[in-house]
Design a protein around this ligand. Structure first.
Ligand code: NAP
Ligand code: MG
Length: 476
């Protein structure tokens, strides 16, 4: 049993002002795995004031000082990788190989990237006789979701730190353990007190207290559209900058000249990674309509090869994060059946042989129309929908016919044609033939939000531009 009953405020582990705890459930077993304290507005106030106080000196530190600290964080993070991986498996059910692999590595990758960018980042730039400064914004409230818990923390905390901000992190109730270990890492690295603070608890309480607090200058939020809108409304009266990283229903386009079977297999396996709980997942697979039967065969085979079970063992897929998410995904599977989509793999209920835990069958629907709810709404589970297109124009039209605009995927043999399609997609991020880059900005348009994280663009979220205007030099 884990017990994380203290918050991290002003460089110390502190008990909540009003004692209140909540149980954390392991989604693989439905059993209680530990307890956390639930913060109040009073705890938030203490943390924000500590961050405000620390801002005066942290914002004035030199690049080299911040680099030294970030390197110290790197060595402490490396020491705790196995602890973080185990925590992620227990809190949100990621298979051990995925948790210790990609989950932990994403955190390390964003840290290494932030260090490289900090070495070169232009905090000042001369334009004519104006000197532009990129100043830290101030106190940042960072509100994160449970689906890639360490990634979401890393993409916010490291650029905020590197650019001279102080912060309060509010991790998700469903995945609080990895965040607590992360705070231990920063503490061990010797971060000055008050620069980073952590308060656990409910979004409606702790998240709301942060969003409304007059001494918070920015809220960076990743999560659902509903909470993103609530936060923006709550933050409006105090005129904060609000960065929203929300959901998606991203299209994965397999072009006619691509190896269809291999791409469909890759897309199916890819959809099941992290139990489909990835905001940028390619959850709408677009294939040439004339080749739907071929795609169905490839998807059926690939889905049948996805092993599901106890995430501490060697499985491809663990449970989804909670009973609530399990029920939500089951509801969507029923909706897909009622809408008349062809069930290719999976379907309602738990996989055979699993009698407890939030396990969902790797599910694929084919012959899906883009106006069906399973094509329009984010399911956030291991459910892939396959949609046929007749022409390239129609593929682009279907891809763009979405309220969301987070990611897109284009797969084809001709790089020029792939790029031409990518240019026409109305999303913030497009991966071509598996492209991946820690330096590429990540974020969405439309209902997917307005933020850009990762790499140098992530730094720009945490700075304000200041212009210092000097007199024009006298004419000779
Ligand atoms: P969520 O319910 O919106 O929760 C995200 C975080 O916001 C949690 O820490 C939550 O606290 C907090 N929160 C909830 N209501 C709040 C409020 N009124 N004020 C302040 N904070 C509040 O989202 P989720 O269900 O955990 O995550 C799934 C969603 O996140 C999906 O839609 C997914 O697409 C999206 N997502 C987007 C990205 C991206 O980069 N674009 C990345 C990952 C996930 P609690 O602890 O109380 O829940
Ligand atoms: Mg939620």
């Amino acid at each position: 049993m884990r017990e994380y009953l203290k918050f991290y405020i002003d460089g110390q582990w502190a008990h909540p002002l009003e004692p209140k705890t909540s149980e954390v459930i392991n989604p693989a077993t439905d059993q209680v795995s530990g307890r956390i304290s639930m913060g109040s507005a009073a705890d938030v106030d203490l943390a924000v004031k500590a961050a405000r106080k620390a801002f005066a000196s942290w914002s004035q530190t030199r690049r080299e000082q911040r680099l030294d600290l970030m390197r110290a964080i790197q060595s402490e993070y490396d020491k705790r990788q196995a602890d973080i991986g185990a925590a992620i498996t227990e809190e949100m059910g990621a298979p051990a190989a995925l948790a210790n692999g990609f989950h932990v590595q994403l955190g390390a990758g964003h840290l290494a990237t932030a260090i490289e960018i900090l070495k070169e980042f232009k905090f000042e730039e001369r334009r004519g006789h104006t000197l532009l400064a990129r100043d830290p914004i101030g106190v940042c409230a960072l509100i994160t979701p449970w689906n890639w818990p360490m990634n979401q923390i890393a993409v916010k905390v490291f650029p905020a730190l590197a650019t001279g901000n102080t912060m309060v992190l509010k991790p998700p109730q469903l995945a609080p353990y990895s965040a607590q270990i992360f705070a231990e890492v920063l503490h061990a690295a010797g971060l000055p007190k008050g620069v980073f603070n952590l308060i656990q608890g409910a979004g409606s309480v702790v998240g709301n207290a942060l969003s409304t607090h007059p001494l918070v200058d920015l809220v960076s939020f990743t999560g659902s559209e509903f909470a993103g809108v609530e936060i923006a409304k709550a933050a409006a009266p105090t005129v904060k900058r609000v960065c929203q990283e929300l959901g998606g229903k991203s299209a994965n386009i397999v072009l006619d000249d691509a190896n269809l079977a291999a791409n469909v297999a890759g897309a199916t396996g890819g959809m099941m990674v992290n139990s489909g709980q990835t905001c940028s997942a390619g959850s709408r697979l677009l294939v040439p309509k004339a080749r739907m039967a071929e795609a169905i065969a490839a998807a059926e085979k690939a889905a049948s090869e996805v092993t599901v079970g106890d995430p501490t063992t060697e499985v491809a897929m663990g449970p989804v994060v909670s009973k609530g998410q399990y029920n939500e995904i089951q509801r969507y599977i029923e909706i897909g059946l009622a809408e008349g989509a062809t069930l290719v793999a999976g379907g309602p209920g738990r996989p055979d042989g699993l009698t407890r835990g939030c396990f969902v069958k790797p599910t694929v629907f084919a012959n899906v129309r883009n106006d069906m709810r399973i094509a329009r709404e984010e399911i956030f589970g291991p459910v892939l929908v396959i949609i046929g297109y007749d022409s390239l124009d129609e593929a682009v039209e279907i891809a763009n016919d979405s309220e969301f605009g987070l990611a897109g995927y284009v797969n084809g043999a001709d790089p020029q044609q792939c790029l031409a399609v990518a240019r026409r997609l109305r999303t913030g991020w497009v991966s071509i033939n598996g492209g991946f880059d820690f330096n590429a900005p990540f974020g969405g348009i439309k209902k997917s939000g307005n933020g850009r994280e990762w790499g140098e663009f992530g730094f720009h979220e945490y700075v304000e531009t200041k212009a210092m205007l000097e007199p024009a030099p006298a004419a000779p």
